[in-house]
Design a protein around this ligand. Structure first.
Ligand code: GTP
Ligand code: MG
Length: 844
């Protein structure tokens, strides 16, 4: 039987179009295409209005391309009819061959302008047929265009899987056309290898920009030659469905492209034929395919083929191969999984499937014993147990080592561990996805240390460094703490003033007594001359403050009393006696070093409207902000100086880190709360380098060296079962203070450091020997390294730090990140070696 192609051309029926699409043509025409016919099972007639640009000379509205069931008897004949119903028969075209009773075609164009303005359109081009004239002129080999070959629609096209389901229509296939000459347009046969071409997604025939619209019409099923409409796409082109091309962008307006791409993706005939996807040996029905493709975590780039699916765990793979993906579990697709679905030969079963060697290796890395041919039951969340036992042994996906192992062994790992099925991903916005990403990649650092070791300083420094803002509450708390501390520093100075005043009086009296031994008027005179004496009002304030401090009520009085006493601080600051004492503040041993930083701005800080700067917050000492447990998330910014580093070493801002600071006191007796932190990746243990020369009296009155106390805490944490496999970095903090202290206080103050005997150069200008502080640091570091190795058999990393210096803290934290990276690389490397070995062993 013959299909009839009809061109409906009002006014002019068979003109030849010079199909120039040069730039500069801005005339648009629109046309619609309607197609109906049995091979295409369209419920709705496809009428697609399309704006086409750059069609020469006139505004043309070509509309309605219709393939209908007319003239079914005219074999080898093209029928054209004009708008008035006249028809022109173009017979003898051997290119036209109809094999389908049911196929009908009519091509109608409606030009909105007078014939003078019309482009010339050849009779056959609307349906993508070879233009005889073009062919005659066309250079190069004369390749004949594909024949119009409508598929015979038979009952065999109705696919039935034997189930009760409705029979499914199987769309016909068309052989692809393999051009022998590259760069040839299939319609005009002009050759230009460099010009963009558009290929038919069914037969792969290429068309140049001049011919594409003529060959493909309004593209109701996307980029198909008109003769390929109703045919299944070439599966190798599935990946490009819906992705527009440069050529289309050049010749069509955005709206039209959008429309075509939408149709290309959504029209029924272009969908993956369900019967070609076989899951657990069962060809899918359309319903099964839809449920598979619309599940929250569908198989990626699904193509026709044979697959296996473990519906309990969600593992998915090609038949005879290892799993390639974890899709949503519990989908009702396919038969029961076969034991040899993935061609495993390990005698280890997961959900009735014998797993592959790689999977067994992954289980071993996860610490799961695979001896004795075990049968495991693994659910979608990674919970695993021995088959038949009601005891969950653990969760695969919670183990970091498993993630690394899967990466190294090219095994799938759930994209979102907390939700392996991906339900949330499907329902939520990008914000949630970002959170998931963060959760996935976060590296946790636990910063822990003893009293005054500097953990809160390092924590605050990290906040400032990585732009993690202090909250309003934190700022307010620190403000009050700084103001309270200020009063305590002033109290210490006032206490010192009393002492200096008394010392001064005694000295003056002694001197005057030497000059004029005699009665008591002298003492009154001495008191008046005492440079450390203050006015009665300030004296009253001083007495009150010292009293508050002695009674331990400073916290109760301040910050409430700040407003009231701020003016007095200003007065005090101007007072000569106070200033004289302040000048001698180095003699006041109770005054912390950091006090200088705040006392220099005492008047400003005591004001009610004082706002602490980030530096103030950093320097603030006392119980606030990071008292107890504090946590922050951050990422390392890529620094410009990193540019010369290998790209691998550059920190990726997407990689998130979490710094958790915890003080010894928050760990409870025997550090029993430490197990709360068992999921951290790195422990940063902080010790103050000045501890070696400091002592404290415990509750029983025994004097203990602080370094030994820190050592004890270190031992306890290093050997804690929760941290048995963790990386450790020892932060030796307050290096700046060590530099000063080591010159005055020998390291041997601490019993553990008795054998520190650095060679001291006799030459004062010797520059080859490192400074004493450096050697002391090195010595302490080695002491701790040996201790750690003896306790754990592992390696300890050590970093010198000055908590008050940003660079120093930055380096230490980046060092931590590097340690984690090395660890991951080491693991990956060892696993790769192992897997290569095991794969080699299995193949030999
Ligand atoms: N000079 C100097 N001072 C430091 C350094 N690190 C911390 N400090 C100071 O040492 C004191 C104690 O530091 P913190 O960070 O509060 O110590 P901590 O670990 O929080 O200990 P607690 O305060 O007992 O909780 C503060 O006054 C800090 O300003 C440092 O590297 N150099
Ligand atoms: Mg502190």
């Amino acid at each position: 039987m013959t299909s009839v192609l009809r061109s409906f051309l009002p006014g002019s029926t068979s003109t030849t179009r010079s199909n120039d699409c040069d730039d500069g043509y801005s005339v648009e025409y629109s046309f619609a295409m309607e197609y109906s016919g049995p091979p295409v099972n369209h419920d709705i007639p496809q009428v697609l209005p399309i704006d086409v640009r750059r069609i020469p000379t006139a505004a043309v509205a070509a509309k309605v391309l219709k393939i209908g069931d007319e003239n079914s008897s005219s074999s080898g004949t093209l029928g054209f009819s004009d708008g008035q119903g006249d028809s022109n028969q173009l017979s003898g075209s051997s290119d036209v061959e109809d094999t389908d009773d049911n196929c009908k075609a009519r091509v109608d164009y409606d030009y909105g302008k007078s014939t003078a303005d019309l482009p010339e359109i050849s009779s056959s081009e609307e349906v993508g047929l070879r233009d005889c004239e073009d062919e005659a002129e066309a250079p190069g080999p004369q390749i004949r265009s594909p024949v119009v070959d409508f598929h015979e629609f038979t009952t065999s096209d109705v696919n039935s899987d034997g189930s009760d389901n409705e029979p499914q229509i199987v769309f016909p296939e068309r052989p692809v056309i393999l051009d022998e000459v590259k760069g040839l347009c299939h319609r005009c046969h002009r050759k230009n290898r460099f010009a963009d071409k558009e290929a038919c997604i069914v037969c792969r025939a290429n068309y140049c920009s001049k011919c594409v619209i003529r060959a493909m019409g309004s593209m109701p099923e996307g980029r198909k030659c008109i003769t390929c409409i109703g045919y299944r796409i070439d599966e190798s082109r599935r990946g490009s469905l819906g992705k527009t091309s440069r050529l289309l962008k050049r010749i069509l307006v955005d709206e039209a492209i959008k429309h075509i791409m939408k149709s290309e993706l959504s029209c029924e005939v272009n969908q993956l034929p369900p019967h070609l996807v076989c899951v657990n040996e069962k060809p899918l029905t359309i319903e099964e395919l839809v449920s598979l493709q619309s599940c929250p975590n569908p198989p990626k780039k699904l193509r026709p083929g044979r697959f296996w699916y473990d519906k309990v765990s969600g593992f998915w793979g090609k038949e005879g191969e290892k799993p390639s993906q974890i899709i949503t579990s519990q989908l009702t697709v396919g038969y029961q999984i076969r034991q040899n679905a993935s061609n495993g030969n390990t005698n280890v079963l997961i959900n009735s499937r014998e797993i592959t060697k790689r999977e067994r290796r992954m289980l071993q890395i996860a610490g799961i014993h695979c001896e004795g041919d075990p049968h495991f039951w693994v659910t979608a969340d990674g919970s695993y147990q021995h088959e038949g036992m009601n005891y969950v042994m653990g969760k695969l996906w919670d183990k970091k080592r498993v993630k690394i192992a899967c990466k190294a062994l090219s095994l799938p790992f759930p994209s979102d561990v907390s939700n392996p099925g991906g339900e949330e991903v499907a329902n939520n916005t990008g914000e949630v996805n970002l959170k998931n990403l963060d959760r996935k990649q976060i590296a946790k650092f636990l910063l822990v240390g003893g009293d005054q070791s500097g953990t809160s300083t390092i924590f605050k420094q990290a906040k400032i460094l990585y732009g993690v803002p202090f909250s309003e509450d934190e700022r307010e708390n620190v403000k009050f703490m700084i103001q309270r501390n200020l009063y305590s520093y002033i109290g210490i100075i006032l206490e010192g003033r009393e002492q200096f005043e008394e010392d001064y009086s005694i000295e003056m009296r002694r001197l005057q007594h030497i000059d004029q031994p005699g009665p008591s008027e002298i003492s009154e005179e001495v008191d008046e001359q005492n440079i450390y004496s203050i006015s009665p009002r300030l004296k009253a304030f001083s007495d009150w403050l010292l009293q508050v401090m002695v009674s331990g009520n400073l916290e109760a009085v301040f910050p409430a009393a700040t407003r009231e006493y701020a003016p007095l601080i200003e007065k005090l600051w101007k007072d000569e006696a106070f200033q004289a004492t302040y000048k001698r503040r180095n003699e006041l041993h109770k005054l912390p070093r950091v006090a200088n930083y705040f006392l220099d701005r005492a008047v400003e800080i005591s004001r009610i409207n004082y706002e602490p700067s980030e530096m103030d917050i950093l320097y603030a000492e006392g119980i606030a902000l990071s008292n107890g447990v504090a946590s922050m998330e951050f990422s390392f910014p890529i620094l410009s100086q990193d540019a010369y580093m290998e790209s691998d070493n550059q920190s990726d801002p997407i990689l998130r880190n979490q710094l958790i600071r915890v003080h010894e006191n928050s760990l409870g007796g025997n550090c029993r709360w430490l197990e709360m932190f068992e999921d951290v990746n790195l422990v940063m243990f902080c010790i103050s380098l000045t501890d070696y020369g400091e002592f404290y009296e415990d509750a029983t009155g025994i004097c203990t060296n602080k370094m030994l106390a820190s050592k004890k805490l270190f031992e306890r944490i290093a050997t804690h079962p929760s941290f048995a496999q963790k990386n450790f970095i020892l932060i030796l903090n307050k290096f700046d203070l060590l530099e000063e202290k080591i010159e005055q206080v020998p390291l041997s103050q601490c019993d553990w450091f008795q054998d520190f005997s650095p060679l001291i150069s006799l030459h004062p200008h010797n520059t080859t020997t490192p400074p004493l502080a450096q050697r002391a640091f090195h010595y302490i570091a080695v002491k701790f390294k040996r201790l750690f190795t003896s306790l754990t058999g592992r390696k300890l990393f050590v970093a010198p730090v000055t908590g008050l210096e940003a660079d120093s803290v930055n380096l230490a934290l980046r060092y931590g990140r590097e340690v984690l990276k090395w660890d991951e690389e080491k693991l990956t490397f060892s696993m790769n070696e192992d897997s290569v070995e095991s794969i080699e062993a299995s193949t030999t």
